[in-house]
Design a protein around this ligand. Structure first.
Ligand code: SAH
Ligand code: SF4
Ligand code: F3S
Length: 450
């Protein structure tokens, strides 16, 4: 390409808008923020509608049901945009990109590039090449050996933001595609995390959520474990609040409970502890590494050490071979643990995974019935649990202002969404709120004057 043509190309890119649609977990939400920040450095500015974009990226998720189909149909919706804007490039990133690689480009002719979960930092280069050479690109190699070094790039992070501490997963639960789409587990250096969080504090962040597929298997190169990392971040940074997700029951120990309790001024007393099933045989076939009994012992340890702790979980119904009785064990576990929040899913066979080849796959109807039963049971439990907050004073970090109703909302340390009367100047402040009424999903309260 001549230098004049390159210059023209640069100018084209300089006026460009990028739209990213995001599926999946918080990891992907965070990856999208990184993509926007990286693309801003090469003059792509975020736009709110695909119609206004010169670059569209689908940050895909592969964890459940028909993910490839979802990508196909979203790209299909952009067909006309390609006609009206010949400059438009469309790419797919995230876990479907990692899983499908070249096949996705072959199957979806409208696509210009596909990149994997380890190639986000290469995005500016990928996009530049896609524009310059007008050729299709696939980048989906894993960086298994390299140390995990990134920065939380989000330049406008708001009050609360995510910070990745690990990537990948080595657990290979038999139902789960994540070890195949995110690669081997790697941890970021502790000193890098301290610096990163201090930078976020300077940008006005009050709360960070530490992210990883299994945060409590964090291990830095100098040997720091997750409990030690949490304590270091609580003591050596000025962040006001720390949350984390997801922790794996098999790696949850007394040391972690003690650190949370010792630093409860900063570390929120909310734990997402995915159980997946309440039956030990199913858990063994899932390769979860704990039995029902072990799990219940961990829950007891947590409740004994951290009074007032709030728990949530993930459950899969209709795992291959799950009998009616085994499912009842999951129902009864809800009674025993008393989760405030439940995320439940119908089992969905995933590529590369062992459970996809198991016999005795359940019918869609059976899975749907079990899912409904589970949610019904949980609704009864969770509303009663929410009611217990009535009359209590909760510490709420204000995140949003609703002008129409002149009220603000934020989350309590227990991760409850709380609404109360207030003005926009409260955003970013932590205030004490007396809970006047509990609803199934939210709490309403009144500010307690300091
Ligand atoms: N690392 C986290 C889970 C990440 S995936 C952990 O171990 O807890 C998020 C949730 O999706 C899982 O907890 C599980 O409940 C659900 N999930 C994963 N694979 C699934 C599948 N094949 N079918 C249905 N649900 C699945
Ligand atoms: Fe998937 Fe299990 Fe790893 Fe969670 S711990 S990401 S469920 S393999
Ligand atoms: Fe989905 Fe990948 Fe997250 S499969 S749940 S986006 S790790």
């Amino acid at each position: 390409m001549t230098s004049v043509a390159m210059q023209e190309n640069k100018e084209n890119i300089q006026q460009s808008g990028v739209y990213i649609s995001t599926y999946g977990c918080q990891m992907n939400v965070n990856d999208t923020d990184r993509m926007y920040a990286l693309l801003e450095m090469v003059n792509f500015n975020p736009v709110n509608r695909p119609e206004d974009a010169d670059l569209i990226i689908i940050n895909s998720c592969s964890v459940r049901e028909k993910p490839v189909h979802k990508v196909h149909s979203e790209v299909g919706r952009y067909k006309n945009l390609k006609k009206t804007n010949p400059k438009l490039k469309i790419g797919v990133g995230g876990c479907v990109g990692q899983q499908e690689k070249q096949r996705l480009l072959t199957d979806v002719p409208l696509l210009d590039f596909v990149f994997g979960t380890d190639a986000i930092d290469e995005l500016p280069d990928i996009v530049e090449k896609a524009y310059k050479n007008d050729q299709k690109i696939v980048r989906a190699r894993f960086e298994h050996q390299k140390p995990y070094q990134i920065q939380t790039l989000n330049s406008n992070p708001g009050v609360s933001t995510f910070v990745n501490i690990t990537k990948g997963c080595d657990n290979f639960c038999t139902f789960c595609v994540v070890p195949f789409t995110r690669g081997r587990e790697r941890s970021r250096a502790t000193s890098e995390l301290v610096k990163d969080i201090q930078t976020l504090v300077k940008r006005g962040v009050k709360e960070v959520t530490l992210l990883g597929q299994n945060v409590n298997s964090y291990k830095s190169e100098c040997g720091t474990n997750f409990a030690q990392l949490l304590e270091r971040l609580a003591q050596d940074t000025d962040i006001e609040r720390i949350r984390y997700t997801t922790s794996h029951p098999k790696d949850f120990d007394q040391e972690l409970c003690d650190v949370m309790q010792r630093n409860r001024e900063k570390i929120c007393e909310y734990i997402h502890l995915p159980v997946q099933s309440g039956n030990s045989e199913v858990l063994a076939r899932m390769n979860r590494g704990y039995t029902r009994q072990h799990y219940l012992e961990k829950v007891q340890m947590i409740k004994d050490t951290i009074p007032g702790v709030s728990l949530s979980t993930d459950i899969i119904v209709g795992f291959p071979g799950e009998t009616e009785e085994q499912f009842y064990d999951t129902l009864s576990l809800l009674d025993e643990v008393q989760y405030e929040t439940l995320f439940a899913f119908k089992y969905s066979p995933r590529p590369f995974t062992k459970a996809a080849k198991f016999e005795d796959q359940l019918s869609e109807q059976e899975k749907s019935e079990r899912l409904n039963q589970l949610f019904k049971k949980h609704d009864e439990i969770s509303f009663a649990l929410a009611k217990k907050y009535e009359g209590q004073n909760l510490k709420v970090l204000v995140e949003k202002y609703d002008e129409e109703n002149q009220r603000v909302s934020g989350r309590s340390t227990q991760n409850k969404l709380v609404h109360f009367s207030g003005e926009s100047d409260l955003i970013g402040k932590t205030v004490l709120v007396n809970i006047t009424e509990a609803f199934p999903q939210t709490l309403r309260g009144k500010r307690v004057e300091a």
